[in-house]
Design a protein. Structure first.
Length: 636
């Protein structure tokens, strides 16, 4: 039975054992893998349903009607590839290579399937995407403090007593990590705006108001410093700007902290004392940093573990191996123009993108301000090619749709942004479609390019990456996974220390210490759009048959609007409006409403991104800020 690895955009990156018997796929968690530990999440258990889905694309499609209408004709691969190559060549001749944009993201995190197609676009010197939709603001914030966003290896939790899940619903989105913490016997706390499933399963839950993470963290820091609970020797030796930070937080008004966070002073003091006593570590979530306040929040939170003596006492990212060879940026002859991911509609409106090649992503579900993006595509002359397994919303707006295969049908490897294991993915069968690397080679050949790097096999690329990282291909094949070696770590900041007073932040026009700023919208209710348990952004909506399209609202906010549980409501703002059913719950605080994100509009009729805004946190790398969206709700 071959080894597989789930290449979804998920912390856990599970190693699996797969079997095709009587034409039917079965999967189970690899019992030898220390993190997967022999079990899969509910989504992973349903992967055979996804693999065998009847609505998988089987033949290339060429658009014959209006964008989004679903009018296509089937064609063969030869015609489809020739059409794409001809249009690509013509676009570059008439508008220049920078008018071409490759739009890809982490819909598949297999190293080859993610990166190899970029070789072609680097070779052509096209525009590239500047990824900002997921964790950019937090990445920038952690670099301000530590010089890196790579935190603690989760297996080191066995030496800890306390983990704080801050703004992450780990029971849904990092189940293996949550169970690892339980296995190691850690006390589990959650800090969040909403009483999530993780909060309900935690030993302590600290519910704060949205955008007040900065104040809550600074309040905790104030108590730790004023009561002398910090590790003085560690701070003196390893922290830059402690005295400036100390003077800053000592002046912090605790009345302001209580009033804004909604948390009593004695609760914050208890948090601080026990956090220091137990040497807490923090798993910093991605969701809350996707807001205008997110970067400052992560910067403040990141200081807390260092105060009590942790060199890297946070979990956020884990870069185990250098994968750059797969991407092949060395093929460029001039620097790439980078287009901010959230600004796609704006660049299309300005006529700066004439050819858009999409793979591993479904931007017409996942990007904010969908009405603007769809209008831009309908009214522009941009030529759109989508390579996908299914006829997604993005595929509906495309000129050519190329059928992709699944990770069960190709060779690849995948690392994790949570743990340090690299897992092997061997093909189990071939049903439909072609891999991203196969299509890349076909396009290169159709364009008449003879560069050998564009024709390397998947195995050649994998072997080279492993070799460059000092890892064994033979060991990986035998075990199905391999652990990347631990490397010496330093703080890559201007001072070479952990910076409580950040020089890097100052260089971007920010305050050297994290600042609280109150954000308010035109509409009265703050919209949060987290991930649903049975989907990963837009994936699995069409196959698993389990989504939750309801609007969750606090009973007090509902009463003010004469809304009862189960009523049909209109949710609206200047970006758009949707209709759904309301569910009343105390898990959602007053002033907040929740819609799960990125369902397929072509199936549901809408998704939460018809309401979200496309403003970005500019000083935090143009990170997404779609959780800084306000709406109103009315009973229909």
């Amino acid at each position: 039975m071959p080894f597989s690895v789930c290449t979804r955009d998920c912390y856990d990156t599970c190693s699996m054992v797969s079997e095709l018997k009587n034409g039917k796929l079965s999967v189970r968690g690899n019992p030898e893998h220390p993190v997967t530990a022999g079990f899969l999440c509910p989504k992973g258990a349903l992967l055979p349903r996804w693999f065998h889905a009847e609505d998988r694309l089987k033949r290339p499609l060429v658009r014959t009607g209006e964008r989004g209408s679903g009018s296509f004709r089937e064609t063969n691969w030869e015609e489809a590839i020739e059409l794409v190559a001809r249009k690509l060549r013509k676009t570059i001749e008439e508008h220049g290579s920078e008018s071409v944009l490759v739009y890809q993201y982490a819909g598949d995190r297999g190293v080859v399937n993610y990166a190899f197609p970029l070789r072609l676009f680097h070779y052509l010197n096209t525009s590239m995407l500047d990824h900002g939709i997921c964790d950019r603001a937090g990445q920038e914030a952690l670099r301000d403090v530590y010089g890196t966003a790579v935190g603690m290896n989760p297996e080191e939790l066995k030496n800890q007593q306390l983990i704080v899940y801050w703004g992450i619903n780990a029971f849904w989105t990092n189940l293996h990590g949550f169970m690892l913490a339980r296995k190691y016997g850690l006390e589990i706390w959650t800090v969040d705006v909403v009483r999530t499933e993780t909060a309900k399963r935690s030993d302590r839950f600290f519910q704060i108001r949205s955008d007040t993470d900065v104040l809550f963290a600074l309040g905790v820091a104030k108590v730790i410093i004023e009561e002398g609970l910090y590790e003085e020797a560690f701070v003196r030796e390893n922290v830059y700007g402690f005295e400036e930070f100390k003077n800053y937080v000592i002046k912090l008004d605790f009345d302001l902290v209580e009033r804004e966070t909604g948390v009593k002073r004695e609760t914050i003091e208890e948090f601080a004392r026990k956090f220091a006593e137990k040497g807490g570590v923090i798993h910093i979530g991605y969701g809350f940093q996707r807001s205008l306040a997110g970067g400052e929040a992560v910067r403040a939170i990141a200081i807390l573990p260092a105060l009590i003596g942790h060199r890297f006492g946070f979990i956020y990212d884990m870069k185990t191996i250098d994968k750059s060879y797969a991407e092949g940026a060395f093929l460029r002859t001039r620097p790439a123009r980078r287009i901010p991911q959230i600004k796609l509609a704006e660049y299309i409106e300005r006529g700066e993108i004439k050819f858009l090649y999409v793979y591993n992503s479904n931007p017409l579900a996942s990007l904010p301000n969908q009405n603007r993006l769809r209008k831009a595509l309908r009214e522009s002359d941009v030529f759109v090619v989508t390579h996908d397994i299914f006829l997604t919303d993005t595929a509906l707006y495309s000129d050519v749709v190329l059928p992709a295969n699944t990770f069960f049908e190709r060779l690849d490897i995948a690392d994790s942004y949570y743990h340090r294991y690299i897992a092997l993915n061997k093909p189990v069968a071939r049903l439909h479609g072609k891999s991203n690397s196969e299509v890349t080679r076909l396009l290169a050949r159709a364009l008449g390019i003879d560069n050998p790097y564009l024709y390397e096999s998947d195995e050649e690329v994998i072997r080279k990456i492993l070799e460059l990282n000092g890892l064994s291909w033979e060991e990986l094949k035998a075990r199905g996974f391999i652990k990347a070696p631990k490397k010496p770590r330093t703080w890559e900041t201007p001072s070479g220390k952990i910076e409580f007073y950040s020089q890097r932040a100052v260089g971007r026009g920010l305050s050297p210490v994290p600042e609280y700023r109150k954000f308010e919208g035109k509409y009265p209710l703050r919209l949060l759009t987290p991930t649903y348990r049975m989907t990963i952004t837009s994936q699995y909506h069409n196959t698993h048959g389990m989504i939750d399209p309801n609007l969750y609202i606090n009973p007090s906010d509902a009463k003010e609007r004469d809304i009862e549980d189960g009523d049909t409501v209109k949710v609206f703002n200047d970006n758009g409006s949707i209709r759904t059913e309301a569910r009343l719950t105390e898990d959602v605080p007053r002033g907040i409403v929740v819609l799960y994100k990125a369902f397929w509009a072509r199936l549901l009729g809408w998704n939460a991104n018809f309401l979200t805004g496309d403003e970005t946190a500019e000083k935090y790398g143009n990170g997404s800020a779609y959780h800084s969206t306000w709406v109103e709700v009315k009973k229909v």
